[in-house]
Design a protein around this ligand. Structure first.
Ligand SMILES: Nc1ncnc2c1ncn2[C@@H]1O[C@H](COP(=O)(O)OP(=O)(O)O)[C@@H](O)[C@H]1O
Ligand SMILES: CC(C)(COP(=O)(O)O)[C@@H](O)C(=O)NCCC(=O)O
Ligand SMILES: [K+]
Length: 245
């Protein structure tokens, strides 16, 4: 049995797999013991732990130590690579790319076969990456995520005080709360429109979306396949021995 972990800046996503089948899965806050309790019953049966992460080196070491204390299995970290199979990273220095972006692209490639695709990961930050049918990564974007935007408005402007409000509409707001929350919806709509334009411009066959705020983008009209575990699918393929050609 294998434990797969995608440790992002906000949450970890995990799955227990045996012979490729997903037996258990879940989300947990990185700073709580929730995930550990969830998979504790299987601790003795876990033979290997594979991790894709973008957290700081301090937090990474802490996570590794906790896993090693809870489980005898080896802990293996996988990072972004120059290439894997036909998939070729556009970064000249692949070590600078977030492992989650690379593994999401690997998951997209596995799901799409020889098709081209866009991957959107709406997590702490939002990332967008485009992959051509040949497997060439065309590049991507990094944007602040929903909570990051709200936090920066609250922290960096003295007189923006607002409440939470799950605004789906981008109509002009008539209070601070509405202006901020409708502003987010407005930005989402703009992002979705631009993404659809790029999909047509680059002739991409499909869009895959993941991350905690994926449903917000779908609500704003994003035409995409939603897979909350996309990064883990790519990680599983890489850890399972999918050969870099
Ligand atoms: N239960 C939840 N806990 C934390 N964030 C959540 C939750 N549900 C949805 N979200 C949203 O998901 C985002 C984090 O997405 P996630 O994919 O877990 O990020 P990361 O990969 O950076 O850890 C947050 O910005 C938040 O808006
Ligand atoms: C952009 C990210 C912060 C997204 O991570 P997340 O928000 O999902 O936790 C992460 O992929 C990262 O730290 N990337 C390193 C820079 C790069 O990819 O170029
Ligand atoms: K992520």
């Amino acid at each position: 049995m294998k434990l797969l972990i995608d440790a992002g800046n906000t949450r970890i996503k995990w799955q227990l797999r045996a012979r490729g089948d997903v037996l258990e899965k879940g989300f947990a806050s990185l700073d709580e013991d929730v995930g550990f309790k969830d998979w504790a019953p299987w601790a003795d049966a876990i033979e290997r732990i594979a991790i894709s992460t973008v957290i700081s080196e301090d937090r990474r070491q802490h996570l590794q130590a906790r896993l090693e204390a809870a489980c005898k299995a080896p802990v293996i970290f996988h990072w972004a690579e120059n290439r894997r199979g036909k998939l070729i990273n556009a970064y000249s220095d692949a070590t600078r790319m977030g492992a989650d972006r690379w593994h999401a692209m690997c998951g997209g490639w596995q799901a799409t076969g020889d098709g081209s695709f866009a991957v959107v990961d709406a997590g702490s930050a939002i990332t967008v990456d485009y992959v051509a049918r040949s497997g060439a990564h065309l590049g991507g974007y990094i944007l602040p995520g929903k909570q990051m935007m709200l936090r920066s408005l609250k922290q960096d402007a003295a007189r923006i005080g607002f409440d939470s409000l799950d605004a789906e509409q981008g109509s002009p707001g008539v209070s601070t709360t509405e202006c901020v929350q409708h502003g987010l919806a407005w930005l989402r709509e703009g992002m979705v429109a631009r993404l659809h334009k790029d999909v047509s411009h680059f002739g991409l066959d499909r869009v895959l979306v993941t991350g905690g705020d994926a449903s917000g983008l779908i609500g704003a009209g994003l035409s995409a396949i939603h897979d909350p575990y996309l990064v883990l699918n790519g990680l599983a393929a890489v850890d399972g021995g999918w050969e870099p050609e």
